[in-house]
Design a protein around this ligand. Sequence first.
Ligand SMILES: [Zn+2]
Length: 399
Amino acid sequence: MAIPPYGGTLVERVVTDDELADGVRSTAHPGISLTNDDLITLGNLAHGHYSPLAGFMTQSEYEGVIENARLPSGLAWTIPVLLHVAEADRDALKGQSRLALYDGRGRAVATVEVTEIFEIDPERHCAGTFGTTSPDHPGVQDLMKRPRFCVGGPIHVGATAFPALRHQHRPAQNRQLLEDTGKATFTAFSTRNICHLGHDYLHRLALEKTDVLGINVITGAQVKGNFLSDVVFDTYEYLILSRYPTGRVLLNNLRLPPIYAGPREAFLQAIVLQNLGFTQFIVGRDHAGIGSYYPKYGSQEIFSQLSGLEIEIMAIPEPRYCNVCREVTTEISCPHGGADVRLLNGRDVRRFLLEKRYNELESILGGEVQDILIRMFEERTSPATDEVEMVKSRPLLYD
Ligand SMILES: [Zn+2]
């Protein structure tokens, strides 16, 4: 039997384009234009990734989350989901029951039922979300730039507002894909990075212990210097075709704005992955962490502190390359440490690639990923000799 959605019901907040147009006409307020991050959040609310939420948080929902990591229903929830509006909009919305939302191209994508408008305290918000008010923390920096006023209420999102992106599955669709395999256990792995040997180690564990591995590539942040999501998908497609057992690996494009909330963000990911139908979730060391703000295994510990999830957490120590064993191990599977082991990370991948230190890449990526990545890199950085190549020539990294 399929795992239930978080909170019991899979929410969908989609209306026809005509219904959306009616909603937009029903308000005298001109509406607001959403940032890229807010659009991702809106899509997740609309399609059920954030079930049971049916819209942007009201004040009581918000207060429950930042004070106790709970919704008023008692269900654990760790990250505020807010619609910020400027002070002028707060005033202009008085007496209006709807607010229209537009994308960056001026297209109406949704309306919100204006249930209430409230003001947040940025310091309290940051302490309750990020566990810090340090102005150096990127989440704190983002929040401090946002207006303090928020509109809470249910949303109505147009059916054509969010065309599906490459490998992007909505929860209902992902659940169907998993059900169609006829299997019972589905492990979710989430990453923002290209597949290195440490990921490969975790993938093999998942494939040994459960029926299906879901590789959820988190996109939407477009962090400067990171690989383009298309590059990450290209390498995973290649791996799935060439190396993984047929029919046992599912690739999913998981849109999430950058949050930088460490353990609390890992908990949100678990909610989303349960809503997508996964039964297990691999949580590594410092999952969704940033700098040194969170304890080393805080993202694993939060799952024993907060209850309510039915997705099972597979807490696994960080895989690293052991020079003595000459393979990828963890601190519990081999006795070596210190100078004998080498951490595997995406930062080194990018550095070695850009500096053309290809032989060092192999010890992080393994032969197959290394080969395809170098091929893409050479293709995309060599000077174009004709128009076809110019079209083909895309950057590898976000700038
Ligand atoms: Zn060892």
